[in-house]
Design a protein around this ligand. Structure first.
Ligand SMILES: [Zn+2]
Length: 287
C-alpha cells in the first residue's frame, strides 16, 4: 500500500516521534540492511542478510528493529549450494499437475545472477469498508488475470488457492521495489526475484483516507505457503544456490512511499511448507 500522510498521522498519534534516522552517507543506500553497491549484496553472511531482510512487517509498514528469528531448517540452507534433485522435483510438479512455466519459467534455464527472493502481498483486491473478508475461494480472490500483462509488477503471482500465474520469467530482470527503482540504477539486473501473494485488504476506519491497512489473519493460506515453497525451490534450482528470502517492506525501508507488504507472513509456516516439500522429494521414488 502507499504510505504517506495516513501513516504519519497514525504513527504520530500513537507514540512520540522517534529520533530521525541518520541520513545515509554518500554512496550508502537507505535502510538498515546496508546494501553494498560494489559487492551487490547486503551486509553480512547470507543468513545475517536474511535475518535483516525478513524482519516482521507491522501495520502501516512499521518494521521490527530486531533481527528475524529464522526457522532452523531455513537458516541451515540459505546461501548454500542447492541440494534438490531436479528430476525428482520435476516428477513432483508433474504429479501435482503443475507446469514449471507457471513457476517462473523453465528449470533448465539458469539464473546465476539471482540472489534475493522477495516476498510481497498484492494488497488487492481492496474491499473498502466491507465488514469482513470473503472466503479464500471467492472469485475475486482467485482470479489472477488482472495482475498479468507486459507491465505485471512481479515475476509470479499466487492466489489464495495456491494457483500460480507468470508475470515475467525469473530470467527477466524486473524491478518491483522502490529500493531497486530509486537506489540501484542499472547496477543489479536480475538480482531480485519477486513473488506476489494475493492478499485482500480493507480500510482501517481508525486511519485516514482511502487506506488499505487491514489485512486478513492469518495473512496467507496453507496453499499459498506450499506454492511459495515450490517457487523458492524452482528459483533456487535455476540459480544453483538457495536464495536469500526478503520482504518487500524491508527492502523499501527508509524510502518515501515505501510499501507495507507482506502483512502477517509467518516464517515458520513457510519453513514448514519447505520441510514438507523436502520430505515429499525424499519419499517419492525417482521418476
Ligand atoms: Zn510489494
Amino acid at each position: 500500500m502507499k504510505l504517506g500522510l495516513v501513516i504519519m498521522a497514525a504513527l504520530l498519534a500513537a507514540q512520540p516521534a522517534p529520533a530521525p534516522a541518520p541520513a545515509p552517507a554518500p554512496g550508502q543506500r537507505p535502510g538498515s540492511c546496508r546494501f553494498n553497491s560494489a559487492a551487490l549484496q547486503f551486509r553480512g553472511s547470507p543468513v545475517e542478510q536474511a535475518q535483516c531482510l525478513l524482519r516482521p512487517v507491522g501495520k502501516y509498514g512499521k518494521l521490527s528493529s530486531a533481527p528475524a528469528v529464522l526457522p532452523p531448517s531455513l537458516a541451515a540452507q540459505i546461501g548454500r549450494p542447492i541440494d534438490i534433485d531436479k528430476m525428482r522435483f520435476r516428477g513432483l510438479l508433474s504429479a501435482q499437475g503443475r507446469d514449471e512455466y507457471l513457476l517462473g519459467g523453465p528449470l533448465d534455464a539458469p539464473i546465476p545472477r539471482a540472489r534475493y527472493f522477495v516476498i510481497h502481498d498484492t494488497s488487492q483486491p481492496w474491499l473498502g469498508d466491507a465488514a469482513s473478508f470473503p472466503p479464500d475461494d471467492a472469485p475475486q480472490l482467485s482470479e489472477l488475470a488482472s495482475y498479468l500483462g507486459p507491465e505485471a509488477v512481479a515475476h509470479v503471482f499466487v492466489n489464495r488457492l495456491g494457483e500460480t500465474a507468470p508475470g515475467h520469467d525469473f530470467a527477466e530482470p524486473w524491478r518491483a521495489s522502490k529500493f531497486e527503482l530509486k537506489s540501484l540504477d542499472d547496477a543489479a539486473p536480475g538480482l531480485f526475484l519477486h513473488v506476489e501473494l494475493v492478499q485482500p485488504r480493507r480500510r482501517d476506519r481508525a486511519g485516514r483516507g482511502r487506506n488499505d491497512a487491514l489485512a486478513p489473519l492469518p495473512g496467507f493460506t496453507p496453499a499459498q505457503y506450499d506454492a511459495l515453497a515450490l517457487l523458492y525451490v524452482a528459483a533456487s534450482l535455476r540459480c544453483g544456490q538457495w536464495l536469500i528470502p526478503a520482504f518487500h517492506a524491508v527492502l523499501d525501508e527508509g524510502m518515501p512511499g515505501g510499501h507495507d507488504d507482506p502483512q502477517h507472513f509467518v516464517l515458520d509456516d513457510f519453513a514448514a511448507a519447505l520441510d514438507a516439500l523436502r520430505q515429499r522429494l525424499a519419499d517419492d521414488p525417482p521418476p
